[in-house]
Structures are given as C-alpha cells and as structure tokens.
Design a protein around this ligand. Structure first.
Ligand code: SF4
Ligand code: SF4
Length: 441
C-alpha cells in the first residue's frame, strides 16, 4: 500500500536526478589540512568556544559548549592545533568559527559515555547522552535533538515517525544510510522508544523511489510489531514534518503548532542512527554522510565526511567540475542554501552538496510578477507566497506575519515554479527572520 500526499493542495514534481548516486556505496571523504567549525551550526544559541589559539585538541574533543537550553556542543573531528577563532563564511551567511590545523594523527578523545552499555540506559541517560553528543536534526533542520525528544510537560507522545522520505532532488545520503545502516537506525528507534512510555506506533516513511531502502528497513524492522515501514508517493515536499504526520498518522498539526500537539515526534533517519552511535559507542556527532551531485560534478559520490571539512575538498574528491557551475547549494536545490564560497564547511545539517549548471539554476533577470498564481497552487501549506514576498519588499513585516509567513516550511516550491524568477523563498526567509527579530525586541 502506498501513502500519498494528502495536503489540501501543493506539492510539485521537480526532476529527481538521484540516479547518479543512489546506487553508489558510501566512501570516506579526504580530510584536508584546515578544518572549520562554526559555533552556530544548529538552531538556537551559538555554542561558546572553550579552546584558545595554540591549544592542541583531540578528535572527539569538545571545542565549543552549548550556549543555552536550545543549543548544541561542537566537537573537533580531527586532532591538531587551534589556529584561529574568527568569522568565516558558512552555509547561509557568516559565523564565528574555530579553525583547526589537522595533524593527521587522529588522536582520539575519551568516548562521551562508556561504550557497550546502551541497552542498560535509562530515559535520563539517553537524553543526557544525546545532549552531550551535540546531536541536532541531520535532515537539514538542525534543531537540537535532546530538546526535540523531550516534549513539553503535559504532552503525551504516542507516535514516533522516522523520516526517510528524502524528497529533495539529487540528495541520496539518507537513502544510502538506510541501505547500509538499517540495523543502526532500528537500534536508535529502540533506544528512543524508552523516552515515550505511551508510544503505540512507529512509522518509517520512505518515498517509493527507494525500493532497496524500503526492503532493507523492512527486513531490519521485521521482528518489531509496532514498527511499520511505509512507502510514500514520490512528491515534493513529501518529507516535511507536517506532511509526514498527516500522511502516516492521519493528524493535522495546527498552523504554527508543534508535532507534539498531535502526540507525534518526527526524527530523521541519520539523526536516529547518531542517537544509537552516541549511546552505544560514546561517539559525539563529528561525521555525517553527504551526497555530492549535480550535472557539473565529474564523479558524484556519497561521502562519509568529517564535520568541518570545506566543500572544495569534497568537490576535489569527486574529480572537480566538468563544466562551469551556476549555483552550489549546501543541501538540495529546493530547501538548500546557495553558497558563494566553496571554502564553507560541511556542518551537522549538510545533507548534500548540489551543483547546478547556470541553465538548471534558472539564472537570469528577475521579471515582474505575471500573476499566474502558480506559486499559490504549489504551496503545500496554503500560503500566498507572492503576497508575503511583496509585503516583505515593501518593509511591511506585520503584513507578512498576518499572511502566515511563519507557517512557511521553506520547501522552495514557490521559487522553483515561478516563471518570473522572483526569489520568493529568499524573501520569505528574510521576512521570517525580521518577524523573529521584531518579536525578540
Ligand atoms: S517555500 Fe514556503 S511559501 Fe513557498 S511554497 Fe514552500 S511553504 Fe509555501
Ligand atoms: S509564480 Fe511568480 S509570476 Fe506567478 S504569481 Fe507567483 S510570483 Fe507571480
């Protein structure tokens, strides 16, 4: 049985373009001499550096401590010397960063918990280990996982949804994690279930363009009656939290509401695997799988990457560019953010590096809106993107808020479809940031 897109409207069918990497096994990426660790690679307060220039660090050593309840520790993924504490470009802007010169010794720090005891862990042990490991949403959202797995008091969770949809074009990192590490995902689910005593059902949602991942996950989950692997129709943005909850649990999250309000928690497959690895092996989050693909990339790959590795090193691992790139995204082309400097590092939420040609990226002059309403038709949360974008451009932040800007899930459908090349998503993201800033004052 297939579960289809049940939003009131919206969704689109961008070319999937996954075939160049979907069957390729994960291989290790090269590790360059200079590694860059932004202290804000998660949603929430930036982490605070606890190292100084000249310090020697080990691989798996904490280099910046969480800056608040909604925050995450940052660890070095290599051993070496701290050679800089400075602003560096990162995906989506600039951030204070810790620069480490790799000594290629890979001297390891002590594990964050004693390995081999995950099965004995209590709820509190699991949550404190997840927090200690600096785990954040690895599907791109980067919300601290310990906070996500601790629903607000009074809210009961009866459904855990594991997001293996990976609906972004080109991206195949979660796909390969499911094919190659299905058992660790199930182990992560079985640890996470201890956190929710009222849990009744666990769904693993996977788009039907990944039959090998569906098969592997079904095999790994076979002995657990309450885990159900559900194929989902391939349609963008199938993997958004609200869509998954609606399609799998049949519940609607109220506008501006949290999944916990409808008794659900949604976690990405790679995140859940990291929960297992932190609890079982005492590993902090220092590496992740990244797919590198797109027409200009000579030899696309799925790479196991140490966090902090600059993107240009991954491009080199993939043989460089066969033609001049138009746009490079940290993430997929729909929700990812463009980068203007290939020195930006891979961070915890970087699922993919996607490179488009100038033609594919629709690079060209922005035109006036022709009022075709296409952006409205494709919006999965029933917004009017052009009106929000216009309100933002006029500086009318209140109006943008009234029009529901904060409900935008940043799927990028509107920008993708717009024949006039209006940067709708970019404007709506900026509107959301301006609304937040105003509210914080
Ligand atoms: S980016 Fe936001 S406004 Fe645009 S289609 Fe997606 S949800 Fe709607
Ligand atoms: S899709 Fe573009 S041109 Fe069409 S209404 Fe929306 S903003 Fe205007």
């Amino acid at each position: 049985m297939h579960f289809s897109f049940m939003g009131k409207q919206g969704g689109s069918h961008p070319e999937e373009n996954k075939s160049r990497t979907s069957k390729l096994p994960i291989v290790d990426a090269s590790v360059p001499k200079i590694m860059v660790f932004p202290v804000a690679m998660h949603i929430g307060a930036p982490a605070k550096p606890v190292v100084e220039i000249g310090d020697q660090v080990k691989a798996g050593q904490i280099i910046a401590e969480e800056g608040g309840f909604v925050s995450a520790h940052v660890y070095s993924s290599v051993s070496g010397e701290v050679i800089g504490l400075e602003k560096r470009p990162t995906v989506g802007g600039e951030a204070d960063s810790i620069i480490i010169k790799n000594d290629y010794q890979y001297t390891k720090a002590d594990p964050i918990v004693e390995p081999g005891h995950s099965h004995e862990m209590s709820k509190d042990d699991i949550l404190s280990t997840v927090r200690k490991a600096g785990i954040v949403g690895m599907g791109g959202a980067t919300f601290p996982t310990a906070v996500k797995l601790s629903p607000p008091p009074g809210m009961t969770i009866d459904t855990l949804i594991i997001n293996g949809a990976e609906c972004e074009p080109y991206s195949t990192s979660d796909h390969r994690v499911m094919v190659e590490h299905a058992d660790e995902i199930i182990d992560g689910i079985n640890l996470s279930r201890k956190l929710f005593p009222q849990l009744k059902k666990i769904y693993i949602g996977i788009e039907d363009n990944k039959p090998d991942a569906i098969k592997k996950m079904k095999e790994a989950a076979a002995e657990f009656d309450d885990i159900s692997v559900r194929p989902l129709k391939s349609m963008y943005p199938q993997g958004s939290e609200k869509n998954l909850i609606q399609n799998l649990a049949g519940r609607e999250v109220p506008p501006g509401g949290l999944p916990a309000e409808v008794r659900c928690v949604v976690a990405n497959t790679s995140t859940i695997r990291s929960v297992y690895r932190a609890c079982e092996y005492g590993e902090p989050l220092i590496e992740r799988i990244v797919s590198v693909s797109g027409t200009p990339v000579k030899e696309p790959k799925n790479l196991r990457v140490k966090i902090g590795t600059p993107m240009d090193s991954l491009i080199d691992d993939c043989g460089g560019f066969a033609e001049v790139p138009g746009k490079v995204f940290g993430g997929g082309p729909m929700m990812g953010k463009t980068v203007s400097d290939l020195g930006v590092p891979i961070i915890k939420g970087t699922t993919a590096v996607t490179v488009l040609t100038p033609e594919e990226a629709h690079i060209g002059e922005e035109q006036d809106c022709i009022m075709c309403a296409e952006c409205i038709h494709v919006c999965p949360v029933s917004l009017q993107p052009i009106l929000i974008s216009e309100a933002f451009e006029r500086g009318n932040i209140e109006k943008a808020k009234e029009l529901g800007a904060m409900d935008c899930i940043e799927c990028g459908n509107c920008s993708f479809i717009c024949p006039s090349k209006i940067p709708l998503l970019e404007n709506i993201r900026s509107a959301k940031a301006a609304i937040k800033q105003k509210e914080e004052k």
